[in-house]
Design a protein around this ligand. Structure first.
Ligand code: SAM
Ligand code: DTB
Ligand code: SF4
Length: 324
């Protein structure tokens, strides 16, 4: 593929200088790189399913599923494989290319691994890409998921190294980076990003992207989540609205720092206008979650996304894969 050089030695100074470029310059630079690596009219689609909801022992201050906060989310056991595969079939029929299974765990128990591997095999047999997000993993657990055919593992750094202790204390960013490094080493592709709108400074958002862009290898996917308001969690009192242009600038910066990575406009799209989403696509976002539900919060209806992409003359990337 022709493309720009992929750099993993970005500095904060360089990132700040890109981030403050006049908007037309920033967009032009992001678009140039986007077109070198991707079809700018194609949007990748993933669907989420919470296979084990709530009751999580971790204290992530943004999350509805921590047992430490009163959020009204009902804790459930790990779903049965049949029900997961049924949901995966529905996601495929709705146009999803990837199926991402999320569990509210600090880390899975070894006794759960058989079932998780069966789920991965079943989803892969449906012709969907497979993704899981289960918390921290041991090397042995990663190896088992790899053998089962797991394509992607999602494990976010969530925010900057400096702001991290403000949002979670039961684990450190180093813990997160360690799991990511082991996943990468196994050959499972890494999906790693974060959240904006938790009261962090602009500097933190830039530092979060620089942290990702200076990993030994860039994440294959970079989800950018806008904080979805959850009543009863600590972040509710820290959250600050994100200026729409600040979000677009951040997407553009992600595209420029990590030009060959897929950038996903993840949580928070229900509150975004069509125009803002279109600007994010122009800035380099090329993936979305489709389907009404994320894990415990809502997402735009699939018909709305199809309508938006049609009005923009864009298309879901899955149409290409399912045609082959
Ligand atoms: N327990 C696993 C873990 O923490 O890695 C997997 C599930 S966790 C819910 C996956 C990611 O969803 C988090 O890392 C965070 O980035 C994102 N997330 C969680 N709650 C969110 C919220 N209210 N708004 C936006 N993103 C959120
Ligand atoms: C990611 O970065 N965003 C997704 C996925 N990875 C697992 C999760 C978004 C969760 C939004 C809040 C909720 O629905 O509970
Ligand atoms: Fe648990 Fe993950 Fe939520 Fe943190 S983000 S409380 S680890 S489910």
């Amino acid at each position: 593929m022709t493309g720009s050089k992929i750099r993993t030695d970005w500095t904060m100074e360089e990132a700040r200088a890109i981030h403050v470029l006049p908007f037309p310059e920033l967009m032009n630079r992001a678009q140039g790189l986007h077109r070198m690596h991707f079809d700018p009219t194609a949007i990748e689609t993933a669907s989420l399913l919470s296979i084990k909801t709530g009751g999580c022992p971790e204290d992530c201050g943004y999350c509805s599923q921590s047992s430490r906060y009163k959020t009204g989310v009902k804790a459930t056991k790990l779903m049965e494989t049949g029900a997961v595969l049924e949901a995966a079939r529905r996601a495929k029929a709705a146009g999803a290319q990837r199926f991402c299974m999320g569990a509210a765990w600090r880390s899975p128990k070894d006794r759960e691994m058989d079932k998780l591997c069966t789920m991965v095999r079943g989803v892969a047999e449906l012709g969907l890409e497979t993704c899981m997000t289960l918390g921290m993993l041991t090397a042995a657990q990663i190896a088992r998921l790899k053998v089962a055919g797991l394509d992607f593992y999602n494990h976010n750094i969530d925010t900057s190294p400096d702001y991290y202790p403000e949002i979670a204390t039961t684990r450190t960013m180093e813990d997160r980076l360690e799991t990511i490094a082991h996943v990468r080493k196994s050959g499972i592709r890494v999906c790693c990003g974060g959240i904006v709108g938790m009261g962090e400074a602009e500097e933190d958002r830039i530092a979060m992207l620089v942290t990702l862009a200076t990993l030994p290898a860039h994440p294959d996917s970079v989800p950018i989540n806008l904080w979805n308001e959850i009543k009863g969690v600590p972040v509710q009192d820290m959250a600050q609205p994100v200026d729409p242009f600040a979000l677009v600038r951040l997407v553009a910066l992600a595209r420029i720092l990590m030009p060959a990575s897929v950038v996903r406009l993840s949580a928070g799209r229900t509150g975004m206008s069509d125009e803002l989403q279109a600007l994010c696509f122009l800035a380099g976002a090329n993936s979305i979650f489709i389907g009404d539900q994320l894990l415990t919060t809502g997402n735009p209806a699939a018909w709305k996304d199809r309508d938006l992409l049609a009005r923009l003359g864009m298309h879901m990337a899955c149409a290409e894969t399912s045609a082959t």
